[in-house]
Write a protein that binds this ligand. Structure first.
Ligand SMILES: [Zn+2]
Length: 224
């Protein structure tokens, strides 16, 4: 595989195609963080179902606080300390609830888009000493295979005029704008980290251009 530049430095890549999403179902979803409406979408004829948790009236609204969360079974469900996905999802649900209106898109692109089995293969390589990016490259994947075209189509269907995006990832802002979503502002989104997740976040900051000052983060206990 060719040397791969960090995503922040990649040349402009035009959006290849506009994703088509279909809204399949909507219902109220009370959670421990507050009440949401859950909207379930399918996209591009795939079996995969993506969800939008919506708080407040977002149709026609500007500056809607928005988080794009890519599925992470190990972090979201099992409380894995290899990454910070679970705490990030919790925090975004809290922040959306504390805003007048907001959206969390839960995107079914596990393991930065490489799938669960490959993510676990990459974990195995990390046990042998590779960092998260080099492990993905060793398996023949790009640093980040995620695509936010579906997210953009979901936001269009929900009728938002512009968003305040909670992210540290410049590629998310760039991809959404390429797909025609107006990002009015970027809101930093960093949670405290465990020692396990520290090297993962340092790699994201160093190699992927994420805006994370790892040295400045609180270290949470790793015991629970
Ligand atoms: Zn994760």
């Amino acid at each position: 595989m060719q040397a791969h530049l960090p995503s922040a430095l990649e040349p402009f890549r035009p959006a290849t195609k506009q994703s088509r999403v279909e809204l399949r179902s909507v219902a109220k979803l009370p959670t421990e963080f507050g009440d949401f409406d859950i909207h379930v979408f399918s996209a591009d004829g795939s079996e995969k179902e993506h969800a939008a948790l919506v708080h407040g009236d977002v149709f026609g609204a500007d500056g809607v606080v928005t988080r794009l969360h890519s599925e992470c079974l190990t972090g979201d469900v099992f409380g894995s300390l290899r990454c910070d996905c679970g705490p990030q999802l919790d925090r975004s649900m809290r922040e959306v609830q504390s805003s007048p209106r907001g959206i969390i898109l839960y995107l079914r692109q596990e393991g930065r888009g490489i799938g669960l089995a490959n993510k676990i293969r990459a974990y195995k390589l990390q046990e042998e000493g590779l960092d998260t990016i080099d492990a993905n490259r060793a398996l023949g994947f790009a640093d980040d295979e995620r695509d936010y075209g579906i997210a953009a189509a979901m936001l269009r269907t929900l009728g938002v005029r512009s968003i305040d995006l909670m992210t540290n990832n410049p590629d998310k802002v760039a991809q959404l704008e390429r797909h025609g979503i107006r990002v009015a502002s970027r809101v930093a989104h960093v949670v405290g980290i465990t020692d396990h997740a520290r090297s993962y976040l340092e790699t994201k900051a160093k190699k992927c251009g994420h805006y994370i000052d790892v040295g400045a983060l609180d270290v949470r206990g790793t015991g629970g």
